[in-house]
Design a protein around this ligand. Structure first.
Ligand SMILES: [Zn+2]
Length: 411
């Protein structure tokens, strides 16, 4: 009994030594197919992360420059907003990296379990073989041959021995391969775990950085809201911005008309007849559309859309189904803004968003979130700036809704 255990132990030692050599040659070859995909996904994410880092550094430089030129709160706010966008992109990227590591770790843990079970099975098989040979008095291959009773018996025994040895070698080979794979699995699991930890640490510092930048923007916003003279300038710039927007929409509509000519039906969007209010819980306006008489001042408003104050992060819903014509950031005027095309010449525009949830070309359903309320661009407080265009001409959005109020009064 002792002897058997001793032999098994010796074999285990031998196989471990051999496994080391096999390990070096078998690394990578035995990795499961899913691993390569996960790995290349991670590589792509890391490349994207490096690009974001570059952008962030360029913005940091721009910010320094502005600080040198003059103290321009609006400009600083614009760059900070862009930085916030980059950091948010980074955090999303890191989250995806962490998810990929999670998948990778589960894959490796499963592979390790399977291989460890296989190793146990093979080792058991190997010990069984050794025990069998001892019990049969064949602990030595040579003994089998010496016990031959005749020459033909010797030949028979040789053939049999050959088969037994080949079988034993196969079991041994499998055992070594499995051992090598287990070693690889363990190494990869370890590095995936430590890389995931690094990603988590990076995420924490990115979140801190983001909070810092948002605080800075908050500071600038309160600075700006004190500045009354700013409002006029703000409106003027928004007007210029709206004019540029009109041109852009017209240009894109023309492009789409061209596409429609070449491929009829390709740009058609089905649209509801009614307009959904983009902020269901917020129906009190703080600013009216151009030409409307302000009941408080008796003067007509000069404004390209309507303003609806709402807390930062409130979901902004698409008024109708359609296709996203523009999803961009403009630091001078609209900030983060989204334009949705509902049918030919009929568009809605959502501006000053803290973040955008759709990109150009996306199809959106009525009521789908296009972004979140914010105060990006030329804005001094969280609100939605909302515009409607019918046949490429801006109209007063209020005419499409009921139940709205202006500064608390029904309109
Ligand atoms: Zn506005």
């Amino acid at each position: 009994m002792e002897q058997k255990r001793g032999l098994c132990y010796l074999l285990r030692l031998l196989s471990v030594l051999l496994a080391l050599t096999v390990f070096l040659s078998a690394q990578g070859v035995l990795a499961p197919a899913g691993y390569a995909t996960t790995k290349s996904e991670l590589d792509a994410l890391k490349a994207e992360s490096a690009q974001l880092d570059k952008e962030k550094k360029a913005l940091e430089q721009e910010l320094k420059q502005i600080g040198k030129e003059k103290k321009d709160a609006q400009k600083r706010k614009g760059v900070l907003e862009q930085q916030i966008g980059t950091i948010e992109g980074e955090i999303k990227n890191i989250d995806r990296q962490i998810n990929t590591y999670d998948t990778l770790i589960v894959e490796k843990e499963t592979a390790l379990q399977v291989n460890e079970a296989e190793e146990a099975r093979l080792f058991d098989l190997f010990c069984q073989r050794v025990r069998y040979m001892e019990e049969e008095g064949q602990s030595n291959y040579w003994a089998v041959l010496f016990n031959a009773e005749s020459f033909s018996d010797l030949l028979d025994r040789l053939v049999m021995m050959d088969e037994i040895m080949a079988y034993d070698n196969d079991v041994m080979d499998d055992l070594l391969t499995t051992r090598a794979q287990i070693q690889t699995d363990k190494t990869e699991l370890e590095s995936a775990r430590s890389e995931r930890q690094t990603a988590k640490t990076t995420r924490e510092s990115s979140v801190k950085e983001l909070e810092g930048k948002e605080k800075e923007v908050q500071g600038i916003l309160s600075e700006l809201s004190k500045d009354e003279a700013h409002t006029k300038k703000e409106l003027k710039e928004l007007e210029a911005m709206a004019k540029a927007m009109d041109d852009e929409i017209t240009r894109k509509e023309r492009e789409l008309a061209e596409k429609e000519k070449q491929n009829p039906g390709s740009t058609t969007v089905s649209t509801e007849s009614g307009y959904l209010w983009p902020l269901p819980s917020y129906k009190n306006l703080s600013s009216l559309y151009a030409g409307r008489i302000d009941p408080f001042t008796g003067k007509p408003a000069t404004h390209t859309g309507i303003d609806v104050p709402a807390p930062k992060g409130t979901k902004v819903l698409a008024a109708k189904s359609g296709t996203v014509l523009t999803s961009a950031y403009n630091k001078g005027g609209y900030g983060n803004y989204v334009v949705v095309r509902h049918s030919s010449g009929n568009t809605t525009l959502y501006a000053h968003l803290s973040s955008r949830s759709v990109k150009e070309g996306d199809s959106v359903k009525q009521g789908q979130v296009v972004g979140l309320v914010g105060s990006t661009g030329r804005s001094t407080g969280n609100h939605l700036h909302y515009e409607i265009r019918v046949n490429n001409a801006r109209i007063d959005p209020v005419t499409k809704y009921s139940g709205l109020t202006y500064k608390g009064k029904a309109i």
